[in-house]
Design a protein around this ligand. Structure first.
Ligand code: ZN
Length: 363
């Protein structure tokens, strides 16, 4: 039975040890699977810069075409020892470890659709498949993915939304670092000679607003460290955080206000500041009538579902593809409680996700 084969394929993938940065067993499995189907799987050179023990798996079907299907190979935690429980309606972990539905279910949905096409000798459109490394940590696989210049649209299968829903917008996240320098001095003998870097950071942070700024934008203090000993006026303090927004134009003003507040506090106390920031991942937003959204809606309808374009709240490889100029949406595959001990996926969702793949690739 078709759904049984898909469930088995998913469980086989989920049993592989491919924690982020160590995806080699998963890449080997996927490349062998594709080659057995007669498809030209390759492993790109991303490992040279990504730090993973493998590159991304890239497979150009029918020459590669102008669109891409993508899932990530890594899991947040090692899933190879998880006990998988196949119930009537779902595959779940036994509650003692991550199942691996995020994102091996996306891989299974894609691989099963290809096996189905080969087994039924169905004609396919030309397209490219990519299975990436390190989505859960640095996104270095997707960021360094090497694709042919003809790829214009991307379909990622890595959202925990229900099948039928797909993310057409996602926030970007900028990571900021504030490094305050004061002056060390003996806290008991000569406190007047010291400049307390922790007090400077505290004043700046107390004057700033964190949390939700507006419907698109949030900010956070992530970590704080500083000081050397109880009897030393702290000469340095480091604060790190993020600013996240669906609208990239709203990020820089928040960062600028932050920097200004730190500078003000440092200047008032005679200290100094080094402030820098960079994009962890960039936001994207597609218009409802963008070709990628129309193609997504058509595939969802073809799978017998109602198209539901929605904004997402997290980053994914879709952010990296959009930043490369490949218009990409992220399809829901229904994987629930991602990364948690009670992660599961409904068999119906797995089948629907693969049906959406099928609708995208069949001629
Ligand atoms: Zn994922």
């Amino acid at each position: 039975m078709a759904s049984r084969r898909l469930a088995e394929l998913f469980m086989e993938l989920a049993r592989l040890d491919g924690q982020s940065g160590k995806e080699a067993p998963v890449a080997k499995y996927a490349a062998a699977f594709l080659k057995k189907l007669g498809l030209p799987a390759q492993i790109d050179n991303a490992a040279a810069v990504s730090g993973s023990n493998t590159g991304n798996v890239v497979c150009q079907v029918g020459g590669g075409g102008d669109f891409l299907l993508l899932a990530h190979m890594d899991t947040a935690r090692n899933t190879s020892a998880t006990n998988q429980v196949l119930l009537e309606d779902r595959i779940t972990s036994d509650g003692k470890g991550q199942l691996g539905a995020d994102n091996r279910a996306g891989m299974a949905a894609i691989l099963y659709a290809l096996e189905r096409a080969v087994n039924t000798s169905s004609p396919l459109k030309p397209f490219t498949i990519a299975f990436t490394t390190q989505e859960e940590t640095t996104m270095a696989g997707g960021l360094n993915l090497q694709l042919a210049p003809g790829i214009k649209r991307g379909f990622v299968f890595d959202s925990s939304l229900d099948p039928g829903a797909y993310a057409t917008a996602s926030p970007g996240a900028a990571v900021w670092n504030a490094e305050v320098t004061g002056r060390a001095s003996h806290a008991g003998i000569a406190p007047e000679k010291g400049i307390c870097a922790i007090s400077i950071a505290a004043r700046a942070l107390a004057a700033l607003r964190f949390g939700r700024h507006d419907e698109d934008t949030t900010s956070n203090i992530g970590t704080i460290s500083g000081g050397e000993a109880t009897n030393v006026v702290p000469p340095s303090a480091k604060v790190k955080g993020e600013v996240r927004s669906l609208d990239s134009a709203k990020v820089e003003p928040v960062l600028a206000a932050m920097k200004a507040e730190f500078e003000k506090a440092a200047a008032a106390a005679g200290g100094s500041l080094k402030f820098d920031w960079s994009w962890d991942f960039k936001p994207y937003r597609h218009a409802p009538d963008a070709p990628v959204c129309l193609a997504a809606a058509e595939a969802v309808k073809g799978a017998g579902l109602a198209p539901a374009p929605v904004p997402s709240h997290g980053g994914s490889d879709a952010n990296s593809l959009n930043a490369k100029g490949i218009a990409t949406v992220n399809f829901g595959i229904g994987a629930r409680n991602p990364h948690a001990d009670d992660e599961y996926i409904l068999l119906e969702h797995l089948a629907k996700a693969s049906e959406i793949v099928w609708q995208l690739i069949k001629k």
